[in-house]
Write a protein that binds this ligand. Sequence first.
Ligand code: TXA
Ligand code: MG
Length: 323
Amino acid sequence: MSIISNCTATAIKDAATALVKGDLVAFPTETVYGLGANATNKNATGRIYAVKGRPKGHPLIVHISSIGNLDMWARNIPEYAVKLALAFWPGPMTLILPRTDLAKDFITGGQDNVGVRIPSHTVALALLKEFEDQGGLGVAAPSANRFGAVSPTTATAVEIELADFLSENDQILDGGPCSIGVESTIINCTQNKPSILRPGAVTKEIIEDTLGVIIDLSTLNSESIKIKAPGLLESHYAPKAKVFLTGSPTLGDGFIALDSFTTPNGAIRIASPKTNEEFARVLYEAFRLADFKGLRRVFVIPPTGDGIAVAINDRLSKSAFEK
Ligand code: TXA
Ligand code: MG
């Protein structure tokens, strides 16, 4: 496996060629790093599951470079989905749409829907564009972490997660730290009204403003989502340290909270974000730091309010230790 720290045009070309050939390329997006494979190549996408240790049947998001390519992967696209695509792509949003024949069972986990996203990170967009210029149709990419672990927001975190599992010809593109830090908003566009399956930086409020409809967040943890996206409900996004969202840290415990909270006596401050946006950006690296320090427990004061706080709280509740 090679780590490409300088993503020149030549390096991007080489990485796209590797994808076309069926190798894996981890690349930066504005949300988290993805582990990419040619989305029409069964063997290549199969390697994603092996490298991540991810159970089969969890669908993969297809990444494309422009809305012009959406019709290849999705059909019966509702008008509201077109509006969302025009408003938020490239950006931190994944649309779940009825699939075309191009989206095989090995991408969708056998479901009739496919997840599609156009990321906005310059390196991601350049890679996708070059891949398409070389004849590729889409790049399947889950977050570049081992199954159940915290998503990587730096190339070093990808290396720590996956180096032991990647092969000689696979690559990691280093595009610096991710600017958002939590995974994309996933919107179910297979019904007459959109619903949010996973909250992210494209928030409920922004979607409502764009579409002029009210989005019901009660679908977030409903049974129907369990069937649609098995990965969304299990214990996820968890560091090795046990995460507590209530109670107080004692001597040697980690502590993550907004800067306005003082560190309790004896606790080890892991992160002090000044805003909720910064909270999202630093959370996963803070979890990694806790593990690096060998901490056994991390106490987090969850952010309050709407906007990105909803996504942060979603991830925190999934990472939290169940007593
Ligand atoms: O920000 C992101 O979305 C990142 C970057 C790399 O693009 N990707 C990402 O992928 O978070 P992943 O696989 O770690 O999480 C995607 C989630 C999974 O829980 C999967 O089950 C769900 O999206 N998903 C993908 N395709 C789906 C589909 N067709 N129907 C329902 N859920 C789907
Ligand atoms: Mg993931």
